[in-house]
Design a protein around this ligand. Structure first.
Ligand SMILES: Cc1cc2nc3c(=O)[nH]c(=O)nc-3n(C[C@H](O)[C@H](O)[C@H](O)COP(=O)(O)O)c2cc1C
Length: 192
């Protein structure tokens, strides 16, 4: 699946978003970061409970090393040159005075929020790269994520850098990848 040929009616922002690993190590302002995370918060969610929490660090700040070290070594190797690192946490429960009930879509809704962040970042000239290559099992404790929440994924935000900052095997992968055709991902009616 190489190359990107999309229907011309699809928004450019959607087709042009992709996930590089080569970043230039530049700073992101607190304001830009908050704009991107606010955009995430504009995602729809079941009953508008907005089950997401974003744990972030900007490159070199007091939380950066703690957050970066929760990624698997492979991801640390390139994510270190991004401008911000964000961990996405979701609340497993719908909470009310009458008690808590399972929130069926807490992960689904957090995923929608991450996609909003990715598109907002793209519109502002940044790139994002999502990751589940996280030291799950220890990262939750290190980040203080409570048992009734789920550590979903992480993503970096940064400005694209030259691919030469990457080891050779990753330089080859520094290209936007394609997608399955809509005929393969969508069916009229039943699954089977
Ligand atoms: C939830 C999620 C987890 C991912 N985990 C990793 C990861 O741990 N390491 C990595 O290098 N890329 C990771 N990726 C990036 C995907 O491989 C990438 O998004 C996919 O190949 C599609 O490419 P594109 O984003 O450039 O369109 C992840 C993406 C998502 C959405």
């Amino acid at each position: 699946m190489t190359g990107r040929i999309a229907h011309p009616k699809i928004e450019k922002l959607i087709v042009e978003r992709w996930s590089p690993r080569a970043f230039d190590g530049s700073e992101i302002s607190q304001e830009d970061l908050e704009v991107i995370l606010e955009a995430a918060g504009w995602a729809p969610s079941a009953y508008n409970v907005q089950p997401w929490t974003f744990l972030y660090a900007r490159k070199g700040d007091a939380n950066w090393d703690l957050l970066l070290s929760q990624l698997v070594e492979f991801n640390q190797g390139w994510a270190k040159d991004a401008s911000a690192l964000v961990f996405i946490v979701s609340d497993k429960y719908m909470r009310s005075d009458e008690g808590n009930t399972d929130n069926h879509s807490h992960s689904f809704d957090a995923g929608a929020a991450w996609a909003m962040a990715a598109l907002q970042a793209q519109a502002m000239g940044y790139h994002t790269h999502g990751m589940t290559g996280i030291k799950f099992g220890e990262a939750e404790a290190a980040l203080g994520v409570p048992e009734d929440h789920r550590l979903e994924a992480a993503f970096v935000i940064g400005r694209k850098g030259p691919k030469e900052v990457l080891p050779e095997f990753l330089q080859e992968r520094e290209v936007p990848v394609g997608r399955k055709p809509v005929s393969e991902i969508a069916r009229a009616g039943k699954f089977a």
